[in-house]
Design a protein around this ligand. Structure first.
Ligand code: EPU
Length: 353
């Protein structure tokens, strides 16, 4: 827990405080014990506007933090962290078949899934238990078990830091790709996402095609699953494979699954008959990074307090006293080894700050 007594508030704007030397251990799921030189909780749009007027948003050393579940801090953060705490869950439009639900960007993603389930609205049950906030979900186009955020995305509102304007984005504007969007590319660092609107279904298609879901449901004897059953199955699968950040620090998948030209696959198949591949766009094939890392011998590897998770090689972990630089060094070694063994480059999914 944060000890609030140790940290002085330095700058008092009209309604809020910028804190100095703020501990971030509770705000990054790797659990690194680092600080931010300045830190402020953003609870509403008024506060962003006030910061803008105080010229704080013109700074080049701003970091926007949601759940801290996709960031490796390699050192203390020298700048101003804006911690997103904008909450809210409202049905803004309802039709016979679906409803548009608006979520404050600081809401936890899994909380949003549970809220949708409580309303019997489907579409995001396959995305149960993904750590992080609603605001980060379109940036990453989060995905799991056969569903991506883009499948249910309706629109979002975001504060444009350079101009002080509020802009609205529909799915086309977001240019979603695999764990990718305009917010990771040409608009990187320009926006503070305020709210996200999702179009959820009253009669959602049940998606069990991702193998583990079907086998889990079969094991439970559920032949006609509901969205609630799908959520339970996904939670069960995730809990059995992925380390809980509250117990072992991690950021989920550390690398993206590489998408490679399909013509390199036959040679790999000759060398490794057990290689797993998935079709991607025309002429391209997705190769699971977890398989490549395991095959290269890294699964369960540990050095000091950092390592590769023993049940999912795509997840790098902090056993307690590791630091971000050790994680990045390990990631680079894995990338070099996989490249030399398979000729495939792994791209980091997690951001390094
Ligand atoms: N595999 C191995 N060894 C491993 C891990 C995986 O051989 O150590 C093989 C599995 O046997 C399977 C294939 O790789 O054939 C895919 O594994 P898995 O179903 O566990 O999924 P993943 O590709 O490793 C992706 C997402 C996850 C998401 C799952 C389920 C990425 C980068 N990761 O992982 O997302 O939960 O699929 O849909 O696309 C995240 O982004 O943080 C994340 C956890």
């Amino acid at each position: 827990m944060v000890n609030f007594n140790n940290f002085a508030a330095i700058l008092s704007l009209k309604t809020m405080l910028i804190q100095k030397n703020w501990p971030l251990i509770d705000f990054n799921t790797f659990g690194f014990d680092i600080t931010s030189s300045e830190f402020i909780s953003i609870k509403g749009i008024d506060q962003i506007i006030e910061l803008y007027r105080a010229k704080q948003l013109k700074r080049t050393d701003i970091g926007i933090l949601g759940g801290g579940s996709n960031i490796t801090f390699t050192k203390n953060f020298n700048g101003l962290i804006l911690k997103n705490e904008i909450f809210g869950k409202t049905i803004i439009q309802e039709a016979s078949e679906d409803a548009i639900v608006e979520f404050g960007s600081g809401e936890s993603w899994h909380g949003a899934v549970l809220h949708a389930l409580s309303l019997n609205l489907g579409g995001i049950e396959n995305l149960s238990l993904i750590p992080g906030t609603v605001g980060a979900s379109p940036i990453q186009n989060i995905g799991a078990y056969g569903v991506e955020l883009k499948d249910v995305f309706h629109s979002l509102s975001a504060f444009h830091l350079p101009s002080g304007e509020i802009h609205h984005f529909d799915a086309k504007d977001c240019k979603f790709g695999y764990r990718d969007s305009v917010f990771k590319r040409e608009k990187r660092g320009e926006y503070f996402i305020i709210s996200v609107q999702l179009k959820l279904s009253k009669n959602a298609e049940i998606k069990t095609q991702y193998g583990d879901i079907q086998s889990t449901l079969d094991g439970w004897g559920i032949a006609n699953p509901t969205i609630h059953d799908i959520s339970k199955a996904v939670i069960h699968i995730r809990e059995s494979k992925l380390p809980n950040p509250a117990e072992i620090g991690n950021c989920g998948s550390f690398f993206k699954n590489p998408v490679v030209p399909s013509d390199i696959i036959p040679a790999l198949q000759t060398q490794h008959p057990d290689i797993k591949t998935f079709p991607a766009a025309t002429g391209l094939t997705k190769v699971p990074a977890g398989w490549l890392i395991e095959k290269a011998g890294w699964k369960g590897f540990r050095r000091g307090d950092v390592g590769v998770h023993a049940k999912q090689a795509l997840v790098l972990v902090n056993y307690g006293n590791g630091n971000g630089q050790e994680i990045i060094d390990l990631a680079h070694e894995i990338q070099a080894d996989v490249l030399s063994k398979f000729g495939i480059a792994l791209e980091m999914e997690v951001n390094a700050w």
